[in-house]
Every structure is written in structure tokens, then in C-alpha cells.
Design a protein around this ligand. Structure first.
Ligand SMILES: [Zn+2]
Length: 255
């Protein structure tokens, strides 16, 4: 029994550690700054997910990771301040069973595509996952004048519906959200959505762009799904040793 408990604790801690590292990688890659967040669906309980308390991603440690249900209610019982936009994560997990991780950011090069509704398409093989283009969401169409935040379940549901089968949804005047079938894939996609946006802006300034064809994009996407361990390992190693803190007993108790 003691061995079983120890093994469970190790499994939970490995997931929490990966989420802590994902927060810090996104900050190092300048996908997030003081704002933005990343979550992962609970493997053992698919109706809940892990997300930090309201905190800049570069400061996230183990004790900041909390568990939420799809109504955005905290199951950990800490009472710590949550992200206002946790409903982005909650409603994407509710609507899309294949989604295992979500990154929401305001990474700057993506913003011009959202405000002009210019199609974001793969300009290089690293962004083959954009093969279906990015989806588009305008909060004003649904809710009139707002502070642009997805601050309730209603708006979260509308955003989730707008994603369709895409890996990324542009949020007009706000940012973007990417999904993945693993935390590693969502992390990779968040970084390369920003990279592709930069390169598409540069390429379009030079002349007519020949984007990857749908077939090229699909093949490149499969190739990178099999190869993304390399950049992920690099980003993890670049974090070096840092004080990860202590996982809370309340979080472990929810597993
Ligand atoms: Zn936001």
C-alpha cells in the first residue's frame, strides 16, 4: 500500500513538474509575460484539469498548481485567486475530448492576424499543424463591448465552438489559444504559432507567398509530432535547476 502511494505521488509530481516547466518555457520563449497561462487535463480524471493560481508563468512553482472542474470551480480547496480566463481551458476540455493541454497567450506577432482576419497559414514545415489555418473568434460578435476577456462559461463555450478542428484560434484584439493532444504538443504549437506569425508577416512584406500545401502541411505536421521531443528537451534543459517548491497535499488528495 505504501509502495502504491509512493508511486502515485511520483506520477502526480511528474505531471505537476512538467506543467511548472511548461509555464517557465513559455515565459522564456516570450509567448507569455505577466499574463497568459497553460493547463493540462487530468489523465486519471478527464473531467478536471491542472492550472496555476493567478500568477505570472515565470513565477509558477509546484504549490501554485491547482485543480479545476469544467465549471471553473477549484477542487483543491485552496481559495487562492484563480485566473479570470480559466473558462477558456474548462470549456475547451469539456467540448473537445481529444484536447489534453491548452495554452492561452497574447504573443504579439499573432495579434495582427486576429485584428485583420488575415488567414494564418503555414509558411514553413515547423508550423504544419496550422494546415487547416487558424480559427477566428470575435468576442464583440457574441457579447458586444467587453474587456475582451473570456471570463465566464458562456464565452468559453463560444470560443470552444469557434475552434472547430483547428489547433489554434485567433481572438480578435486579445490573443490566441492553442490546443494539443499532450502538454508537449501544446507547448510546441504555442511557440511555433508565434514563429510562423512572424515569418508570415515578413514574407508577405516581400511578395507573394507560396504557403505549404495542405498535403505538405499534413506530412510536416506528422513529422514534427514524431520529432518535437528534441526542442522540448532543449527547452527543458535551458531552464536549468530552479526552486520548484513543494506540491500541496490538497492537490495530491484530489488524485
Ligand atoms: Zn487573455
Amino acid at each position: 500500500m505504501i509502495e502504491k502511494d509512493a508511486s502515485k505521488q511520483q506520477g502526480v509530481q511528474a505531471l505537476v513538474d512538467l506543467l511548472v516547466s511548461a509555464n517557465r518555457i513559455l515565459a522564456r520563449q516570450r509567448i507569455v509575460d505577466g499574463m497568459g497561462h497553460v493547463s493540462v487535463r487530468r489523465p486519471s480524471r478527464s473531467d478536471a484539469f491542472l492550472l496555476s493560481r493567478s500568477l505570472a508563468p515565470a513565477q509558477v512553482r509546484r504549490q501554485d498548481i491547482l485543480c479545476y472542474d469544467f465549471d471553473g470551480q477549484e477542487l483543491t480547496g485552496s481559495g487562492m485567486r484563480p485566473y479570470l480566463e480559466r473558462f477558456i481551458h474548462a470549456e475547451l476540455y469539456r467540448a473537445k475530448p481529444h484536447v489534453k493541454a491548452v495554452v492561452h497567450s497574447h504573443s504579439p506577432s499573432v495579434i495582427p492576424f486576429g485584428v485583420t482576419r488575415t488567414a494564418l497559414r503555414p509558411v514553413f514545415h515547423m508550423a504544419g499543424f496550422l494546415k487547416d489555418g487558424a480559427a477566428w473568434f470575435d468576442i464583440a460578435d457574441e457579447a458586444g463591448e467587453t474587456d475582451m476577456l473570456i471570463r465566464n462559461s458562456y464565452l468559453g463555450k463560444l470560443l470552444a465552438r469557434s475552434l472547430g478542428d483547428s489547433a489554434c484560434v485567433l481572438m480578435r484584439g486579445h490573443g490566441s489559444t492553442v490546443v494539443g493532444d499532450s502538454l508537449e504538443q501544446a507547448l510546441y504549437r504555442a511557440v511555433y504559432t508565434e514563429e510562423n506569425s512572424k515569418l508570415q508577416l515578413l514574407s508577405c512584406a516581400l511578395g507573394d507567398v507560396r504557403f505549404l500545401s495542405p498535403g505538405e502541411a499534413a506530412l510536416a505536421s506528422d513529422m514534427m509530432d514524431a520529432s518535437m521531443g528534441r526542442p522540448i528537451d532543449l527547452w527543458l534543459s535551458e531552464l536549468g535547476d530552479f526552486d520548484k517548491g513543494q506540491m500541496s497535499a490538497e492537490l495530491l488528495a484530489t488524485f
